[in-house]
Design a protein around this ligand. Structure first.
Ligand code: NAD
Length: 459
């Protein structure tokens, strides 16, 4: 487990240990013992599977590529989590992400456990046929430990529906006659994927912000204004403001957040800055998101990097350095690129008072603590970016029933489920002035602990 996740889980367990109304059946020495066992269960994965995929490249070279599947916990249901193709993948990162999935699914009442996969490659350096082979090999090497009732992978950084289609195809060949649709989620619609899956995470990320600043505040305005709570003050300060939004990352998640913000009638907001792996684009009057999405779709996912490209796409923006996005003068910062983006070195320069985590673990523990102490509202990954796994669950269900939902049904079900979680955590967050991340973790840990206890696993 990553430092931040581990320490928050530990704090959550300490708070629950001291709360005698939680699991009152456990007291004295038995309680101490059960909590020690909980700490070890939650802080270590059940299994770490590692293989070297032997792949023959088109130039005749044969390479051995390190690949992982970490299965953190399956007390709530089959392991579930994406497969990341990235050069910086390592066992520790995959394990941390698997733990986060266990907690995320528990928080949103998704009946899955937590898993994660990783392959150490830069997919841009491989030919399509080679990538296809890497995907097939991944399934071959891990074929016995994955499956619709065991462990269900999905896309992550560097993978998408193309890879999930290939992998499901390979799973089907290896296990003829078995139900295969639920073996992978995030597939193309024609292959049993769910409508709306690609947009689900970004939609959920934006919804977490919109719900807090619109629905929740409207309902709880009086209650909130009576609270002596730094986070309630931040939220109320932003309620009627014209919000300037900056978004780091303009891929699946970031571009959908930008589009949602652009067409939202509930919040008075505009997207003033977006960034990707190359640049930041800034326009204080608001960027033309529709044109930027068209541009990235036609240019391998990248934003325009110079004046000529901006001009020919008819987009008005100033080009800044990639890292400038984080410290730009904005009210809301959406982090939708990679982990560890706000850290000790840049945390004091962050101006936005509301940060939404579209990416997993984009803020380090030190920075998280510092910003929370300043009253910055951080809507954490575990809460904000669960749209992908929630719709993956719908995809798995649709595959089992072979009945498919319309796109609107998918989004409505997604919002209903996220709203249920927000209604559980937002009142407590604004009531107790506890960072939201910790609130969420306490809920997840409570759920996991209760199930583990009831299944007789705490001894
Ligand atoms: P993606 O690959 O589609 O997009 C990533 C974007 O980040 C690209 O625009 C890329 O250029 C940009 N980027 C890369 N390095 C950057 C840097 N140093 N600074 C600024 N931008 C940079 O990925 P995605 O699916 O949009 O996922 C984004 C993040 O959200 C990842 O961390 C992923 O784990 C997380 N996430 C995604 C999903 C999902 O369903 N897609 C679900 C949960 C969490």
């Amino acid at each position: 487990m990553g430092n931040n996740t581990a320490s928050i889980v530990e704090q959550s367990l300490t708070a629950l240990l001291d709360d005698s109304s939680f699991l009152p059946e456990l007291s004295g020495e038995a309680r101490e013992k059960a909590f020690t066992s909980l700490t070890s269960i939650l802080s270590t994965p059940n299994h770490i599977h590692k293989s070297f995929l032997r792949v023959s490249l088109e130039n005749g070279e044969v390479v051995r590529i390190p690949a992982f599947r970490v299965q953190h916990n399956n007390i709530i249901g089959p392991y579930k989590g994406g497969i990341r193709f990235h050069q910086s993948v390592d066992e520790e990162e995959v394990s941390n992400l698997a733990a986060l999935m266990t907690l995320k699914n528990a928080l949103h009442e998704v009946p899955f456990g937590g898993g994660k996969g990783g392959v150490i490659i830069d997919p841009r350096e491989f030919k399509i046929k080679e990538l296809n082979l890497i995907c097939k090999k991944y399934v071959q090497y891990f074929s016995e430990i994955i499956g619709p009732e065991k462990d269900i992978p999905a896309p992550d950084v560097g993978t998408g529906e193309r890879e999930m289609d290939w992998m499901m195809g390979e799973y089907k060949s290896i296990h003829p006659g078995m139900k295969y649709r639920g073996s992978f989620t995030g597939k193309s619609v024609v292959n049993g994927g769910s409508l709306g899956r690609r947009q689900a995470t970004g939609k959920g990320v934006y919804f977490s912000l919109r719900y807090m600043l619109d629905d929740f505040i409207q309902e709880q305005n009086k209650w909130l204004s009576e609270r002596n709570n730094i986070f309630a003050k931040t939220a109320l300060d932003h309620k009627d403001k014209s919000l300037r939004i900056a978004i780091q990352g303009f891929g699946n998640v970031g571009s959908v957040v930008a589009m949602e913000a652009d067409k939202c009638n509930f919040l008075n907001n505009k997207v003033v800055a977006v960034s990707d792996r190359n640049v930041t684009l800034y326009n204080s009057d608001g960027l033309d998101i529709t044109e930027l999405i068209k541009y990235t779709q036609a240019n391998d996912g990248d934003l325009p990097i110079d004046k000529e490209r901006l001009q020919s796409a008819n987009i008005k923006a100033t080009i800044c350095d990639r890292e400038d996005l984080l410290t730009i003068d904005a009210d809301v910062l959406v982090l939708a690129a990679l982990g560890g983006q706000i850290h000790q070195e840049n945390m004091k320069e962050i101006k936005a008072k509301i940060i939404v985590e579209g990416a997993n673990a984009p803020i380090t523990g030190d920075a998280d603590k510092y910003l929370s102490e300043q009253g910055t509202i951080i809507i954490p990954d575990i809460l904000a970016n669960a749209g992908g796994v929630i719709v993956s669950y719908f995809e798995w269900l649709q595959g089992r029933e072979t009945q498919f939902y319309t796109e609107d049904q998918v989004y409505n079900k997604l919002y209903d489920r996220m709203q249920q979680t927000f209604e559980t955590v937002y009142p407590q967050f604004f009531g107790d002035a506890f960072p939201l991340r910790q609130n969420c973790y306490i809920h997840s840990v409570m759920k996991l602990s209760t199930i583990l206890f009831k299944q007789g696993k705490l001894y």
